[in-house]
Design a protein around this ligand. Sequence first.
Ligand code: BG6
Length: 485
Amino acid sequence: MQTDSSFTFVLFGGTGDLSMRKILPALYEAHRAGMLAASGKIVAVARHEEDRAGYLQWVNEHVKAHVAKSGIDEGAWASFVDRIEYVKLDLGKAEDFVKLRDALQDQSGTRVFYLATGPSLFVPICHALASVGLNENARIVLEKPLGYDLRSSNAINDAVGEIFAEEQIYRIDHYLGKEPVQNLLALRFGNALFEPLWRREWVESIQITIAEELGVEARGDFYDNTGALRDMVQNHLLQLLSIVAMEPPHSMDSDSVRDEKLRVLRALKPIDPRDISKVAVRGQYHAGVIRGTSVPAYATESGVKTDSATETFVALKVEIENWRWAGVPFFLRTGKRLADRVAEIVVNFRAVPHSALGASALRAGANRLVIRLQPNEMIRLYCLAKKPGEGMNLSSVHLDLAFDQFFKEGQMEAYQRLLLDVINGRLALFVRRDEQEAAWKWVEPILNEWAASGKPKPYAAGTWGPAAASAMLAQHGTCWLEEEN
Ligand code: BG6
C-alpha cells in the first residue's frame, strides 16, 4: 500500500551509523516496493557534507552495502536517490534552521523529523525547530536511548512535550516493528485456540530471550555508559513481555493496544532491593571463542574502561501481579557475545495433571509454544505423539509455521514498517510516554542496586552467560530452552 499522501522526511544525523545501516536502506526498500507516494521527499540534514552532490556520493558509497536481501535494483536506486535533498546544518547556528525552514517551504503534505542523533541533541533540536515554527503540523521520531533513567527520560519528555503534542511524538522501539512480533498479536487475538490457555491455570513459565553473538562493535564508549539493562531490557524485552502478557485489546487502534501494554507494565511486581540477587543476574563477557573465532574480553574493547562494571548480560525473573498471571514466572534474558544469535519467546504450558500414558507423558519437551523472532522466524508448537511400533512410547514432536516458507514474499524489515507507520500517522507500534515511564520505574531499583555494589559475574564469550542464570531457573524446576536440547 502506498503512503497516504505526499510527505517530507527530514533526517537529522543523515550521515550517522543508524541512517546508513537502517533508515536509508529501509526507505529505499519502501521506495522500491512502490510504497512511498511519488511526490515524497527525503531531506537529509548533517554537518559533514558540503552539498547535495557530496551527500549523494556518501549515500552511494555507504548505504548501498546495507540494502537487504533483495539487493539493489539500479533503476529503483536512481529514482530513490532523486528523492533525496540535503541541508548542511550546524545545530548551534540558529540561522541554519532558518535555512532548513526555507528549504522545506515548497514541500506539501506530512512532515516528519527523524532524530537519528544522540539523545542529548533531542531537546536542542526541538527548540530550534520550534524557533522557526517547524513544529507545527509535524511528527517527530525519537530513537532510543531516551534518557538514562527515569529522571533524565522525564526531562527529555517534558521538554519535547512542550513543543510537540504526544500524538506528534513517535518513540521507536524497533522490536515492535518485527514481523513475528506482529504475528504474536495475530496468533493471540486471531485464534480462539490459544486465548483460553494463555493464563496461569495452563502456563507454567515463559522465557523471553534476545541473545546476540556480536559484541559492542564500535560502540564501546556508548555501551560502557549504558549496559544491557538500559540498552535491551528497559525497552525491547519489557515491550515484548507486555505484548505476550497483555489482555485482548478492544481494537487495534493505537491507544487500545498501548493502554493494554501499559497495564502490564504497571502490574510488574516491584523488585525489592533486598531480593535483587535472587531475581536478577548480571554478567560481563571475558575472552572466548564464537563459532571457531577467538574474541576479546569486553574490558579490552575500545572505548571500554578496563575495570568496567557494566553488564553485557542480564537474566531476570519477573512476575505480573494480576489475575491472569499471578505466580507465573517470566524469565527474561539478553546478552552480547553469547553462543548463538537468537530472539525467541517460549511459552511452557503445564503438563497433563494425570498421565494414563505413563511417565513419559509428564516429561518436558512438549506442551510448549516457541515463537522465534530471529533468525528463521517461525512458530513451533511442541506436542507429544506416540512413537511408531509396539507399546505406548511417547516422543516430543512439533508443528511448525516457518514464515519464509509459508509466505514466500512480502516480508518487511522492522524499520521499513515503522517508517511507513510514521509517514502514515499510525502510532500503535510506537512507545507512549506513560509506557516508557512505567518501564523505567520498574528497572530503576535494579539499576540503583547494581550501581551501588558488586560487579557482574564473568562468562566466557561463546557461552550462554553466567551459571547463575541457569541456577535461577533451576530453583523453579525449569531450565532455559537450549539446556534441554
Ligand atoms: C539495539 C541495541 O537497540 O538493538 C543494540 O542498542 C542491539 O545493542 C540491537 O545490538 C539488537 O537489535 P536486533 O534487531 O539486531 O536484534
